[in-house]
Design a protein around this ligand. Structure first.
Ligand code: AMP
Ligand code: MG
Length: 392
C-alpha cells in the first residue's frame, strides 16, 4: 500500500494542462486566467470628485465664493477656477483646472451664485486623484480564479473578453448491474446510482464541465461502450468495479483498450482501491481515474484526489486539498495503519467526528462539513488537541 501523497503524485503526472480559450467577460465567473491581462487605461482617467459639493482653490470657514459653472459626471466644466471662485460639482465629475479641494454641499450655504463656507473644514480634499485605482500597465495575473470582484475590475480595465483555461471535460461512468438512475423505479435488488451525481456536482463546483454517461452494466461490452462514449473528455471517472471481484471489469476493459493502468492500493480509509491511466488518443490526453464504488469512498476520493487533479489541470499547481486545523471536541482512540478521513462536523470552532464512520452512509456524509484527517498510526488524542481537517 502507498500513502495518499504518493498516489496523488502519480495522478498529477497524468493530469493534462488545459489549453486557453476566450470567453465574454460576463461568462467568466470561476474561470482561470490563462494569461496575464494588462490594461492600457488609467482609472479614474482624471482627478474626480468623491462628493457632491463645490470645487474651489483653498477654503476655510467664513470664506465666500462665486459659483461660475458646473461639473457633472460625464460633463466636465471647461474652464479654470481662480481664487474666490467655485464650480458646482458632483460625485465622479472631473475636478476643474485650478481647484484643489471639494467642499461638500453640507458645509456651505448658497445664496444665488454665492456660497459661504459654514463649517470648519477637515484636511480631506474629497478628490480621487487620477490613477488612484490603477494605471496604464496594471495587470491581473495568470492563474487567477475569477471572482465577481475580479470581473468588476476587468470591466473597469476595459477587457470585454478574457483568456481563460478551457474547462476540463469530465465524463462520469457508474458501473453496476444493481444501479438505476434517480427517478427510475428500482427492482428489488437495485439501488439508485448516487455518488455519480455527487461527483458531477464536485466537478462542476471545482471548475470542470461534467458529463454523465449512461450506467455501464457489469459486462465487458457495456463498459467498452461507455468508454467509447467518453471520447473527447479530458478526464474519465469510473465508479465501482475497481476491486478484483468477478464483476470488477474497469481495469481489464480499460487495459484491453490500450490504457496503461496503474493500481494505487492507497493506505486510506475510506476508499482503498484507486486506479489511473490514460487512453492512447493521440494528441489529446484522456485521463482515467477509477474510483471505488462505496458512496462515501467515492466522494472522499473525489475530494482528496479528483479535485486536486482538476486544479492541476487548471494550472493551480500540484497541491493536495488544503488542510485546516480545529480543536477536538472529544477524545479519539489511536488510528490504525491507514490515513483515516473521518466524517466530522465543526461547530463553534471545535471538531467532532460523526457517530458512524461506515463508508456506505451518505446521510452521515451529508451531515458532515469536514473530513477529520488522522495520519497513519496517529496516537490516541485528547479533547482540546488540534487536529487537521479538510473542509467539505
Ligand atoms: P463495487 O466496487 O462495484 O463492488 O461497488 C461497491 C459498492 O458501491 C456496492 O455496494 C455498490 O452497489 C456501490 N456502488 C457502486 N457504484 C455506485 C454508484 N454509482 N452509486 C451508489 N452506489 C454505488
Ligand atoms: Mg459493482
Amino acid at each position: 500500500m502507498i500513502p495518499v501523497s504518493e498516489a496523488l503524485e502519480n495522478l498529477f503526472k497524468l493530469a493534462p494542462l488545459m489549453g486557453a480559450e476566450d470567453v465574454p467577460l460576463a461568462q467568466s465567473l470561476g474561470r482561470t486566467l490563462a494569461n496575464d491581462v494588462t490594461t492600457n487605461r488609467v482609472q479614474p482617467p482624471f482627478s474626480a470628485s468623491a462628493m457632491d459639493g463645490y470645487a474651489v482653490c483653498a477654503a476655510e470657514k467664513g470664506q465666500q465664493f462665486q459659483v461660475i459653472g458646473e461639473s457633472a459626471a460625464g460633463n466636465r466644466f471647461n474652464g479654470r477656477v481662480s481664487h474666490g471662485q467655485a464650480v458646482r460639482i458632483f460625485t465622479g465629475a472631473p475636478i476643474p483646472e485650478g481647484a484643489n479641494r471639494v467642499v461638500i454641499q453640507e458645509d456651505v450655504l448658497r445664496d444665488g451664485d454665492v456660497i459661504t463656507v459654514t463649517e470648519d473644514l477637515g484636511s480631506g480634499t474629497n478628490i480621487r486623484p487620477a490613477g488612484a485605482d490603477f494605471s496604464d500597465g496594471f495587470t491581473l495575473p495568470k492563474g487567477r480564479i475569477l471572482s465577481p470582484q475580479d470581473i468588476a475590475l476587468l470591466a473597469a480595465m476595459n477587457v470585454p473578453n478574457v483568456p481563460v483555461l478551457r474547462k476540463p471535460n469530465v465524463a462520469i461512468i457508474s458501473t453496476g448491474d444493481e444501479l438505476v438512475m434517480p427517478g427510475e423505479t428500482p427492482g428489488p435488488d437495485q439501488i439508485i446510482a448516487s455518488n455519480a451525481f455527487g461527483l458531477y456536482a464536485l466537478v462542476e463546483q471545482n471548475g470542470g464541465s461534467a458529463r454523465m454517461l449512461p450506467i455501464a452494466r457489469d459486462n465487458q461490452a457495456a463498459l467498452r461502450q461507455a468508454f467509447d462514449m467518453s471520447k473527447g473528455a479530458d478526464l474519465v471517472l469510473t465508479i465501482g468495479g475497481a476491486s478484483v471481484g468477478d464483476h470488477d471489469l474497469v481495469a481489464p476493459v480499460a487495459m484491453s483498450m490500450g490504457v496503461e493502468m496503474a493500481f494505487h492500493k492507497v493506505a486510506m480509509r475510506p476508499g482503498k482501491p484507486l486506479m489511473s491511466g490514460y487512453f492512447p488518443d493521440g494528441t489529446q490526453q484522456r485521463m482515467l481515474i477509477g474510483l471505488p464504488g462505496n458512496p462515501v469512498s467515492a466522494m472522499v476520493c473525489g475530494t482528496v484526489f479528483v479535485v486536486p487533479v482538476l486544479r492541476a489541470m487548471l494550472g493551480q499547481g500540484d497541491t493536495p486539498a488544503p488542510r485546516f486545523s480545529a480543536q477536538l471536541a472529544h477524545p479519539l482512540p489511536a488510528n490504525g495503519p491507514r490515513e483515516h478521513y473521518m466524517r466530522a462536523s465543526i461547530q463553534n470552532g471545535t471538531i467532532s467526528s460523526e457517530f458512524s464512520q461506515d463508508s456506505s452512509l451518505l446521510s452521515v456524509l451529508s451531515d458532515a462539513n469536514a473530513l477529520l484527517v488522522r495520519a497513519p498510526n496517529d496516537p490516541a488524542r485528547l479533547a482540546g488537541e488540534n487536529m487537521a481537517y479538510i473542509a467539505l
